[in-house]
Design a protein around this ligand. Structure first.
Ligand code: SF4
Ligand code: SF4
Length: 652
């Protein structure tokens, strides 16, 4: 029998200095009370934020305050450090060009292209890891994973032109995996999933020359253009940003979603619970954090191992309680109903409960600070991706080939750590909120009786005015969860259906909006629809890569009505976004014809030309644009105005 792998400590265990803590804990009580209100609307988070302030445990909000005021050139996007003739800043009226001659428009657009390429690369590389796992399953190189949805595997093979008659799932998995991996490089000069978009939308891309030619190719093209002395025209640079983002949304992310469904199951409607109170005092608590279900699915299996459950009991716990965080949490919640402990700004607070034995991370959105706060508790931070080693964490070199054995070793470590918990320091505030999840497109169709036609009819009849994808992160620039929850409430009140992913969906879950009972907060027409279908007015569609599900939903509606996506009464919103990935998402929404409202201003204000192109000029190119509105009530006004205009144009 193969031996379980052993972890390697990355650098050294961190120990947060007592002086740091003393300095932080000198806040007066009135200031603590004020800061609590300013920082979050998450009631379960408040006691823990209070505790961190009183005990001098540094969190994201403290570091945010220490970073104020920000550098105004970086904030405006007009600083450049791309080469050693610089760094350069644009300081009008005299310093209006960098050493190479780049002006504000070029510097801002190059920085933005860099951001889009980074986000697209992160999503698409995640997608590649999933597709590689499919290929390994098909070629017999891992026995730990299987095909959970053979019907979807066949459907995707047919989409890719792979003959399916009398062919077993393993062979199909290998062939589909290979065909998808080829799309990362460059073989056929186009991506298969672009064909899912309505004809009119595809024609817009072709006319503008922004149909992606390959996933890796578009990222490399972006990195080439931002090298000094290549791209010099801001319009041309930003068009490449749209093309790269499309290779994410209709490429890497879409593959990540669909192949995850094949490997781990296509989500169907289920119930679970959410917030920091999903941790349990009498159990070994393990949180999975990050994005890639290839790891977390194995952790789910390991947590069910009878030997490890027995070991937990021997160590004094009643069992093993696995909880999710951020997008890997959404993957598990959607497919397995694993309870969700929180979203992006909850990640340090989960540790501050004092009840977490281990946080297992893969990659993306993981604060490098986690081992610092963990050093004040018994919590072990366990990293698992060679791309994301974190000083102070214990590293396991996880791969699909050694998936289950590694997951068992990790869970064993967590179980053995239970005895190191200090019961005096445990604070699990409040009670969890129930929620409904699992709204894949297949599940939505199922709830509608097998097709999207009833949804189209409801939209045409005005019972549902339109649909909005609310997506993205948390950001300390915005009161935690306030942007998401307020926007969703405002929209459902106006009979607009919300579909959500990522940390936005988790914010809604904590606020009770992912429950059928939340229909009582909706306008009369939407309430009646939700009550008859027994669904919430806000539907959880998955993780960040699952924004591709929203694209597919929009495409299916467009195809059914025979109109391009930009003609539909739909919109996108990212009220609390922070990440480069969110910029890529916003760009592929807009490039696909979806008007998108951001709650946080990107670093572009140093170039009025770039601002004008993104908020106005794009309308003439892709029939959609960005808007920026930090106030979620005003954002709802913008969105409902847009939806009503689209309804009028459609004559409904
Ligand atoms: S690329 Fe141009 S603007 Fe940027 S640092 Fe170099 S010289 Fe300065
Ligand atoms: S929504 Fe944003 S913060 Fe949350 S997991 Fe996704 S990228 Fe990270």
């Amino acid at each position: 029998m193969a031996e379980e792998p052993k972890p390697v400590l990355v650098r050294e265990r961190l120990d947060v200095c007592e002086l740091d803590r003393a300095r932080m804990s000198l806040l007066n009580p009135a200031l603590i009370a004020q800061k609590l209100e300013d920082r979050t609307i998450d009631e379960n988070a408040k006691p823990l934020i209070e505790l961190t302030m009183k005990e001098g445990l540094e969190t994201v909000w403290d570091r945010f305050e220490m970073q104020q005021p920000p550098c105004k050139y970086c904030e405006a996007g007009t600083s450049c450090a791309r080469c050693t003739m610089g760094p350069c800043r644009i300081i009008p009226p005299h310093r209006i060009r960098g050493v190479c001659g780049a002006d504000a428009d070029l510097i801002v657009s190059r920085n933005l292209l860099d951001t889009i390429a980074t986000g697209a690369a992160a999503h698409s590389d995640h997608g590649r890891d999933i597709v590689e796992t499919l290929y390994l399953v098909g070629s017999g190189k891992t026995k730990d994973y299987g095909i959970a949805d053979p019907e979807k595997l066949r459907r995707l093979c047919e989409e890719y032109g792979i003959a399916t008659g009398n062919v077993g799932p393993e062979k199909l998995a290998a062939e589909l995996g290979r065909a998808m991996l080829e799309e990362y490089g460059m073989v056929k000069n186009t991506l298969q999933f672009l064909n899912r978009a309505p004809k009119g939308t595809q024609e817009t891309w072709t006319k503008l020359g922004i149909s992606p030619r390959g996933i890796d190719r578009e990222v490399v093209d972006c990195m080439h253009r931002i090298q000094m002395g290549v791209g010099a025209d801001y319009v041309n640079i930003l068009l490449q940003g749209l093309r790269c983002s499309l290779s994410d949304g209709w490429g890497g992310s879409m593959m990540g979603t669909d192949v995850s469904d094949i490997l781990f199951g296509t989500p169907s409607v289920l119930t679970s619970k959410v917030n920091l109170a999903v941790l349990q005092e009498d159990q070994v608590n393990i949180a999975v954090h990050g994005h890639n279900p290839v790891l977390s699915e194995m952790v789910v299996n390991a947590c069910r191992d009878p030997g490890l459950i027995e070991l937990a009991k021997k160590n004094g716990a009643k069992g093993i309680n696995l909880v999710g965080l951020c997008c890997t949490g959404s993957e598990l919640l959607m497919r397995k109903g694993v309870p969700m402990s929180g979203n992006h700004l909850n990640q340090e607070l989960v540790i501050a409960t004092g009840a977490l034995e281990a946080m297992i991370v893969d990659y993306q959105c993981i604060f490098p600070s986690l081992p610092r706060i963990a050093s004040c508790y018994h919590t072990q931070i366990i990293s698992t991706s060679s791309k994301a080693k974190i000083p102070g964490s214990f590293f396991f070199d996880f791969s699909p080939g050694n998936g289950y054995l590694t997951a068992k070793a990790i869970v064993r470590m967590a179980v053995e750590n239970f005895k190191n918990r200090n019961p005096q320091r445990v604070l699990i505030p409040g009670v969890p909120v129930p929620l409904m999840s699992g709204f894949s497109n297949e599940a939505i169709k199922g709830a509608l009786g097998g097709s999207f036609k009833p949804l189209i009819d409801l939209i045409a009849a005005g019972k549902i005015r339109g649909a909005v994808g609310i997506v993205g992160c948390n950001n300390p620039h915005i009161r935690h969860d306030y942007g998401h929850v307020t926007l969703a409430k405002e929209l459902i009140k106006r009979n607009i259906l919300c579909v959500e992913t990522g940390c936005a969906a988790i914010a809604s879950g904590k606020a009770g909006l992912l429950l059928p009972e939340a229909a009582s907060l909706a306008g009369d027409d939407l309430r009646a629809v939700c009550e008859s279908l027994k669904i919430p007015p806000v539907l959880h569609m998955g993780s960040c890569v699952d924004n591709s599900r929203i694209l597919v939903l929009a495409a299916e509606l467009g195809n059914a009505l025979n109109v391009p996506i930009h003609k539909l009464p739909v919109a996108g919103a990212a009220p609390e976004w922070y990440s480069q990935k969110a910029v890529s998402i916003g760009a592929y929404f807009v490039a696909s014809g979806v008007y998108t409202v951001l709650g946080v201003m990107p670093h572009i204000t140093g170039s009025p030309a770039v601002v004008s192109l993104l908020t106005e000029g794009l309308k003439g190119a892709v029939n959609a644009s960005f808007a920026v509105e930090p106030d979620p009530v005003k954002a709802a006004d913008l969105i409902s105005g847009h939806i009503e205009r689209k309804r009028t144009e459609l004559g409904i």
